[in-house]
Design a protein around this ligand. Sequence first.
Ligand SMILES: Cc1cc2nc3c(=O)[nH]c(=O)nc-3n(C[C@H](O)[C@H](O)[C@H](O)COP(=O)(O)O)c2cc1C
Length: 201
Amino acid sequence: MSRKPRIAVIVGSTRATRFADKPAAWLMSELEGDTRFQAELVDLRDFDLPLFDEPASDLWMPSRDPAALAWQKKIAEFDGFIFLVAEYNHSITGALKNALDQAYTQWVHKPFGAVGYGGVGGARAVEHLRGIGVELKMVSTRSAVHLAAGEFIKVHPMGGNAEMAEVAEALRPALTAMLDELEFWLSATIPARAEAEAKAA
Ligand SMILES: Cc1cc2nc3c(=O)[nH]c(=O)nc-3n(C[C@H](O)[C@H](O)[C@H](O)COP(=O)(O)O)c2cc1C
């Protein structure tokens, strides 16, 4: 590949007292040392997206809301994604679902991984995310990082509030597996998207 794939780490929780910042900082520091990717933190808070109120999905017609257009422009910059997934009532946050709905073509044919957290490591939410990804013509890695059970309690502010370094070793094998798969899918989809775009032009 002639250029480094650009990936966004999308923070899926927006609430003021979120825990998300802690795993986000850990993930960004892990990615800093990984020369395969050019990673950027994308915080949904910075986009102030309204609840979806377009005449149709961006699949069918261009969106109108300036905040949605700014969001789509940002998503279009990336070749792939890692979603930071908080589990809310066994699914992803409403904020993340809304952000996924607020774009379409910008997600298509791009791979994603996930870092989930919660009692069961956000596993149920990550599975929902994968189903949504299929509809967006995305490809999910098999492996994901799940910060779960005792490890989750250890670092959560309502538990032990320990540093992420305390659980990093436990998370690393899953992170390595996920990033290796992400690299594979990026190397497949970047040229494939370029070819499809050239054909359509
Ligand atoms: C509305 C709501 C629903 C939740 N539902 C679940 C759940 O289904 N499973 C789970 O493991 N944790 C659940 N939790 C606990 C979250 O894992 C925990 O609050 C976590 O810190 C949320 O991520 P955030 O702080 O980054 O928003 C829920 C929390 C909230 C606020």
